[in-house]
Design a protein around this ligand. Structure first.
Ligand code: MTE
Length: 344
């Protein structure tokens, strides 16, 4: 994030799909009898269809065509509780404006440098305070999962936001299966460490000075909350590498940095685990990192956010930030009695 000198975002107006164009695309797909999760068309075919019907240059211009082609369509349900009345951010934006420091500190680096990232085979270990430690073969496991689409607000601590249609399963399902012991109070997560594949891990300059592997953590009750999602896809398909393939966390009431990507280890413990950004700058990034418009970052306000999907031609581009990112009713009870200025 903004500790190190970073170039300004390269996002330009033509990278933003106005809502009208997004809705037009949706209508065209519906007219053709295809939903968002249209498995009838292969992903590359549907991307080509968008371009042919609407003359969109967005994916070509950003090299996102390759991104879309490397993902696979998924089958999923769309529970009403997790749909939003807001148009999701354009896919071409959400897959090219990323934070994934293992591939570089610039927003455009992950899409540029992660395309050769090997996500098959992939295993996740679940260890520590559990009765059934396990090693999960992710792709075999995925075949048995009933995926849900959850359209969540996505708020980065850098004060920008998007709306993303994720696909995944509740994080609680994988934790329950391992049977936490009574000592388990926290859950620690770790990203793959592979400097040969991740250029940022072999150079402090490229990787933003982070000590790798990237690590994150939650209290066990936060991890078991129904909103906490173990995501394997977005926009109807498997995750592209720059968004954290093959498995990442999505915690919509917290700042985006808690959403650790490309997870290989989940460890249950009785102690609060270290987290990457807290280790780097504890006065700026706390363990909890709940979205809170009343608690500013030491160097900028968190009261409003730049809406990436609506920037550029349409709308003001800024909106007020909501307490717990709009999920207050669901999660406030987790933090009852806590001083949220102290536990930021
Ligand atoms: N996970 C890893 N392993 N490395 C990272 O650099 N960046 C975090 C989070 N997960 C990051 C990570 C930050 S700061 C944000 S805002 C989100 O991923 C961005 O997710 P997105 O690129 O899908 O929008």
């Amino acid at each position: 994030m903004l500790i190190y000198n970073k170039k300004k975002s390269h996002l330009s107006e033509n990278q933003v799909t106005p809502e009208s164009v997004y809705l037009q695309r949706r209508q065209i797909l519906q007219g053709l009898g295809l939903g968002l999760g249209a498995a009838a068309l292969s992903a590359p075919a549907s991307a080509g269809l968008f371009d042919a019907l609407l003359g969109s240059k967005e994916t070509k211009e950003q090299g996102a065509k390759e991104v879309i082609a490397s993902t696979e369509p998924l089958t999923f349900s769309q529970p009403k509780a997790y749909q939003l009345d807001i148009a999701p951010t354009a896919e071409g934006v959400a897959t090219t404006y990323n934070n994934f420091y293992e591939f570089g500190a610039d927003k455009s680096d992950p899409a540029r440098y992660a395309q050769q990232f090997k996500t098959k085979p992939w295993t996740i270990t679940i260890s520590g305070e559990v009765e059934h430690p396990q090693t999960i073969d992710v792709w075999a496991w995925l075949e048995k999962q009933q995926l849900e689409e959850r359209i969540y607000r996505h708020r980065c601590v850098e004060a920008w936001s998007m709306v993303i249609p994720w696909l995944g399963v509740p994080l609680s399902s994988i934790i329950k299966a391992a049977k936490p012991t009574s000592k388990a109070k926290y859950v620690a997560f770790e990203t793959l460490y592979d400097p040969k594949q991740m250029r940022g891990q072999s150079s402090r300059f490229v990787g933003g000075g982070i000590e790798y592997p990237y690590v994150e953590g939650l209290r066990l009750d936060e991890a078991m909350h129904p909103l906490a999602l173990l995501a394997v896809g977005m926009y109807g398909k498997t995750l592209p590498p720059q968004n954290g393939a093959p498995v990442r966390l999505v915690l919509p009431w917290k700042y985006g940095f808690k959403g650790i990507k490309s997870i290989v280890n989940i460890h249950l413990t009785d102690k609060q685990p270290p987290t990457t950004w807290n280790k780097l700058a504890s006065y700026e990034y706390g363990f909890y990192a709940n979205v809170n418009p009343k608690v500013d970052h030491p160097r900028w306000s968190q009261a409003t956010e730049r809406v990436i999907a609506e920037g550029g031609l349409f709308g003001s581009g800024r909106q007020p930030t909501l307490m717990f990112n709009g999920y207050e009713d669901e999660v406030a009870s987790l933090y009852q009695g806590m001083d949220l200025r102290k536990f930021y």
